[in-house]
Design a protein around this ligand. Structure first.
Ligand SMILES: [Zn+2]
Ligand SMILES: [Zn+2]
Length: 128
């Protein structure tokens, strides 16, 4: 079950459980959409994986025993253990490698034939 962590690990802004701006990686490292888009470029600084929007846990108990009140969000704030310049260097090294790429496929990303901004790693992976 997701802990629904209360803040962005990078900028420390609040991410309440009903926030549409929370992003999580497969390890549930939690960041805000702003940091993911403008600082992290879809690279989790803890694990190198990508992000998805965090699902909203229903506040209404539509099934017995299942709701935000029954399984409340975590109130344990988490802060990134890496400094900003270390994160920037890590992101630079990883951002052009799709998360699903093995260590042998460190090649330049494909240029989108559509000419659209394919800045998201997922979009690039889908285009390949
Ligand atoms: Zn943030
Ligand atoms: Zn992570």
């Amino acid at each position: 079950m997701l802990a629904l962590r209360p803040n962005c690990e990078y900028c420390d802004r609040d991410l309440p459980p009903d926030s549409p701006d929370a992003r999580i990686c497969s390890y549930e490292c939690t960041f805000c959409a702003d940091c993911v888009e403008t600082v992290l470029f879809d690279v989790c600084p803890n694990c190198g994986g990508g992000f998805v929007p965090r699902p909203i846990r229903p506040s209404t108990e539509r099934r017995p025993g299942v709701s935000l009140a029954r399984q409340p969000a975590s109130d344990e704030r988490v802060r990134l253990k890496y400094g900003r310049s270390e994160v920037a260097a890590f992101v630079r090294a990883v951002r052009d490698i799709p998360p699903q790429a093995g260590s042998a496929s460190r090649r330049a990303p494909a240029i989108s034939p559509t000419g659209r901004d394919e800045s998201s790693r997922a979009a690039r992976a889908a285009a390949e």
